[in-house]
Design a protein around this ligand. Structure first.
Ligand code: NAP
Length: 324
């Protein structure tokens, strides 16, 4: 029987349990997949902890890559043996084998491994929509990205550089400064030691940046507001330090006429065609060397508890996967 990580209650990494699961056969619009690599994402910790509450018990994990074992009778886009990746609900990607709706999968082209695909789906699709749809980044602009050495952070600056834009990054420790620089950040600020908003204003000669991409949330919100230009945009896309407090529009937004958005991947890739197009754009960038991915660490699926503990302790310096 295949094994899967299940949670029966919300809590710390200790609630992640490896269990045998009965997965059955795919329905007409489903496919059965053997996962070869599973993407570790910060959102998995929100599902586990209950920050994003779930109906329990449930398998967790959004993202994996593998091979199709069986296709449902209505599925035309895929065949048995295809290499595919996915990064979407229904949760349950932390598993050796599972049945998923066919419309959340994309084909992986030759030259992209399962391990690479499993790091690229969530982080790459996120970067894709943040830079091309939420905020259409242009050559010559300078923007700010928080947690620059993290999974999304490493792809973000490389993609922004490929457009001709510059990125200032923040990191939580000195050892992450080099990691962020190596991934294309023009300036890197250790925000645990330095007031990042003042530093950004200094770097931009008091002009501020046109956009801030903030996956850190609670701790960085005020600083992000203060280093934006007039009519700048705060893209708040995550809560690594905790969710935002309610926003005081007259105090925080009105003075500079700012834009504030809180987007997520599913709002930008709403069907299989859009997903495949979005994923192909990422795979192309990787194949042509515009984005270089260095997987920082691999854990066995059975070590998911350790992976979550290290992620939350800010010990992971880049994309990380679980191997089933
Ligand atoms: N909305 C969307 O569509 C979407 C999609 C994907 C990801 N996200 C969000 O994007 C962010 C990055 O995701 P990721 O998977 O690539 O994770 P990650 O950046 O690899 O890990 C999160 C990072 O947040 C930073 N951080 C700041 N304060 C923290 C705290 N109190 N506790 C723990 N970490 C803290 C840490 O970097 P430093 O030590 O350098 O501060 C940590 O490495 C997350 O907030 C995630 O939820 C959103």
């Amino acid at each position: 029987m295949p094994k899967s990580i299940i949670i029966k209650k919300h809590g710390g990494p200790e609630v992640l349990e490896l269990q045998d699961v009965n997965i059955g056969t795919p329905g007409p619009n489903e496919i059965k997949v053997t996962n070869h690599a599973i993407g570790l994402n910060y959102i998995d910790t929100y599902h586990r902890s209950g920050l994003y509450p779930l109906k329990l018990p449930i398998g967790i994990g959004l993202e994996a890559a593998g091979k199709i074992d069986e296709v449902g009778s209505n599925v035309k886009e895929f065949n048995k043996g295809d290499n595919i990746a996915y990064a979407s609900i229904p949760l349950g990607a932390y598993s050796q084998q599972r049945v998923i709706p066919a419309n959340i999968a994309v084909k992986i082209p030759d030259g992209i491994s399962h391990e690479m695909a499993a790091t690229l789906m969530t982080k790459g699709l996120t970067t894709n929509y943040l830079l091309t749809k939420t905020y259409k980044l242009k050559a010559g602009e300078t923007v700010l990205f928080h947690a620059a050495a993290g999974g999304v952070g490493q792809i973000f600056a490389q993609w922004a550089n490929s457009i001709g834009a510059k990125v200032i990054g923040t990191v939580g420790s000195d050892e992450k400064i080099k990691v962020a620089n190596d991934n294309g950040y023009e300036h890197v600020i250790n925000y645990t030691k330095t007031d990042f908003a003042k530093e950004v204003l200094k770097i931009t000669k008091n002009k501020g940046v046109t956009a801030v991409f903030d996956g850190v949330g609670k701790k960085t919100f005020q600083g992000s507001i203060s280093c934006l230009k007039t009519r700048g945009m705060l893209v708040s896309f995550g809560n690594a330090s905790g969710p935002l407090d309610p926003v005081n529009v007259p105090k925080d937004i009105q003075p500079k006429g700012l834009y504030l958005t809180r987007p997520s991947v599913g709002q930008y890739f709403t069907n299989q065609k859009e997903l495949q197009e979005g994923a192909n754009q990422i795979f192309e960038k990787v194949k042509f060397g515009k984005i270089k991915i260095r997987i920082f660490k691999k854990y066995k699926l059975s070590e998911a508890k350790n992976a979550h503990a290290d992620l939350e302790a800010r010990k992971l310096l880049g994309p990380t996967i679980l191997i089933p």
